[in-house]
Design a protein around this ligand. Structure first.
Ligand code: KMH
Ligand code: ZN
Length: 283
């Protein structure tokens, strides 16, 4: 590995992304998952106050149904901006399993346009019975639409082949440099969260890219620690993990962010503000 490059990255401040609600989890599993506009605002505020500079945003109807409705995104973003005017909002274009591409893409047409949005880079099993479909044609279409509008894609990779897909699109000029990846470990259907697999994926990234690591469920903080050590960035939140520690449900997204801040502080990584995050990610 290029030690110098990774060491420079290690000196960078740590960007924490909070994935506050997701599309697949419910209040039955953890009552603190936000659904309403007010709850989304409050959960953003708790994560932001704890040190998150980016919010990975899915939205819900009041009854918890996942939606990519542009109207609902607008309402939630207005509420977030009231409470945390400078936080970076990264809408999901993954939506929920089973949504059409048109449904999923809606938030990139928000105005003002988001600075960054997720772009999922491969089809995969997603839990026991679900398939999360991202064909090459749709990946190209999402990327081209984001380019046209000037939105940076966060390249969501749940397996090595997803990184390879992103690199092929990069070679064709469809995904631009500098690339930013979010590597997700521990989805049932994606790559595991073993240190060996984390190293394999991180070492497979282009040296001029930035990256965030996400661990699902009980893997959340092991993966976060690896990200801190590798000079990458961290995502945590109720979308990915419901528990603060074994058997103890997280009371808020803020609690999960606070735990990362504690680990980072022990390991000597300072936390990036939203302005610093924009600089690091070239947004
Ligand atoms: N809800 C998952 C199927 C993203 O936000 O881009 C996909 C997901 C990825 O959450
Ligand atoms: Zn998501």
């Amino acid at each position: 590995m290029h030690i110098k490059k990774r060491f420079d990255a290690w000196l960078q401040k740590l960007i924490i992304t909070a994935a506050i609600c997701g599309a697949e989890v419910s209040k039955k599993q953890n009552p603190n998952i936000p659904y309403t506009v007010e709850e989304i605002g409050n959960e953003t505020e708790s994560a932001y106050n704890a040190g998150a500079s980016i919010i990975h945003l899915h939205v819900r109807e009041d009854d918890g149904t996942s939606t990519q409705s542009i109207k609902r995104f607008k309402e939630c973003i207005a509420e977030i901006k009231k409470k945390c005017p400078d936080v970076i909002i990264m809408p999901s274009t993954g939506g929920a399993v089973g949504m059409t591409n048109e449904e999923r893409l809606q938030p990139i047409y928000l105005q003002p346009a988001p600075l960054i949005a997720s772009l999922d880079c491969g089809t995969m099993n997603f839990g026991e019975d679900e398939i999360f479909v991202n064909t090459e044609t749709s990946i190209k279409y999402f990327a081209k639409e984001m380019n046209r509008i000037g939105i940076k894609p966060e390249l969501e990779c749940f397996d090595k082949s997803h990184i390879d897909m992103a690199l092929r699109q990069h070679a064709k000029g469809i995904i631009k440099s500098p690339m930013h990846f979010n590597l997700v470990f521990g989805v049932n259907g994606g790559i595991t969260a073993s240190p060996r697999d984390i190293s394999f994926l991180v070492e497979s990234l282009p040296k001029d890219s930035t990256f965030t690591l996400t661990g699902i469920g009980r893997h959340e903080f092991l993966v976060a620690t690896m990200a801190i050590l590798y000079g990458g960035h961290v995502r945590v939140g109720l979308e990915d993990n419901l528990f603060l520690s074994k058997g103890k449900l997280a009371e808020s997204n803020g609690q999960l962010v606070e735990k990362v801040v504690r680990i980072a502080s022990e390991l000597g990584r300072e936390i990036a503000s939203p302005i610093e995050a924009r600089e690091i990610l070239k947004l």
